[in-house]
Every structure is written in C-alpha cells, then in structure tokens.
Design a protein. Structure first.
Length: 189
C-alpha cells in the first residue's frame, strides 16, 4: 500500500513538475523564497494591528513566531525520522524532471507547506470576522507550496502532509490564542 502511494506521488510529481516552462522559472524561483513575500506579511501585520490594537497585535505576532518555531522543529523531527530523499536528489529522476534548486535535506514533509498553512489558518481565523476577503490569504500557501514542486524539491504528498500538519497546528494555536485573549483582552469579545 505504501509503495503504491509513493508511486502515485512520484507520478503526480513528474506530471506537475513537467508543466514547468523556462519562461516562468524566474517567477517560481522568486515565489519559493519567504523573504519575497515580505510585502504580503507587512499588509497582514498592518491589518492585525489595525483590528486588534498594539498589545493584542504583539501577542498575535508572538503566537505566529511560536507557531513557526514549533512547525519548523516538528517538520525537521519528522524529516530526519522518515529520511525521504527529495526528488531533486533522487537518481531515478535525473533527466526526467526539471530541477531549478537543490538542497541536501530530506523531503517528507514540506516545512514551507506546514508553516504557510499554519500561519494562514491562524491569521484567517483571527481576521475572518473583520475582513470579507480574508480567505484570499489561502492563495499564499497554494502558490508557495506549489513552487516547491515546480523547482523540484518536494513531492505532492510532502505538500499535502505539510498542509494537514500546518492546519492542525494553526487551529490548535488559534484555540490557545483565544484562551489567552479572553484572559488578557476580555474587551475584544
């Protein structure tokens, strides 16, 4: 069963990766770097502080920092336990896939997918009652995570597992945040 899932994952990866076009390589190489998303993050922080105030906003930023820290550490723990070779390092895929980036670390599961989904869900749950179109934030983890397939460093299963773990962490941190908010900012309700 596991072998069949890995084969499906590999075949889907090859298909999605093969959709790449040198004309768009630059876009996806930019999209895969967290730093390039800084303007989006600044807009989100502005919206948080605008609706939640400075003290509550700082607490939210602390929760986001802890969420990313926990997501990174948990992802690395699983990566080194599973030790799945990245597609870009898989000798069976050399010459079959497009590789725009390589990294020596392991593949399962994607830290980019985990942290982008965790923070997006966390922020979405906080801001959904304040902004009608805040659901558009979910475009970020979709674009960000797909870039990992496009450049050749993650299988789709790595992305999906990262999304599930990230959504779980994002929801758990939101619940913890709400309890903390009720304690320290009861006027927010």
């Amino acid at each position: 069963m596991l072998e069949r899932l890995q084969e499906l994952d590999r075949n889907l990866f090859i298909y999605l990766n093969s959709l790449g076009n040198p004309l768009f390589d630059g876009f996806w190489l930019v999209a895969t770097k967290q730093l390039h998303w800084a303007p989006v993050f600044l807009i989100i922080f502005y919206l948080i502080f605008k609706k939640k105030g400075w003290k509550n906003g700082l607490m939210i930023l602390l929760f986001i920092a802890l969420l990313v820290l926990v997501g990174d550490q948990f992802t690395n723990l699983i990566k080194y336990a599973v030790q799945r070779i990245r597609p870009c390092n898989n000798p069976d895929l050399v010459g079959v896939i497009r590789i725009l980036h390589t990294t020596p670390t392991f593949s399962f599961f994607s830290g980019h997918a985990t942290n982008s989904m965790a923070t997006t869900l966390f922020v979405y749950l906080i801001l959904k009652k304040h902004f009608k179109y805040v659901f558009l934030l979910f475009l970020w983890p979709l674009i960000f995570a797909y870039s990992r397939i496009y450049i050749g460093v993650h299988y789709p299963g790595d992305i999906l597992a990262g999304y599930v773990v990230g959504a779980t962490f994002g929801f758990a941190f939101y619940k913890l945040y709400r309890k903390t908010e009720q304690k320290y900012f009861p006027d927010s309700f």
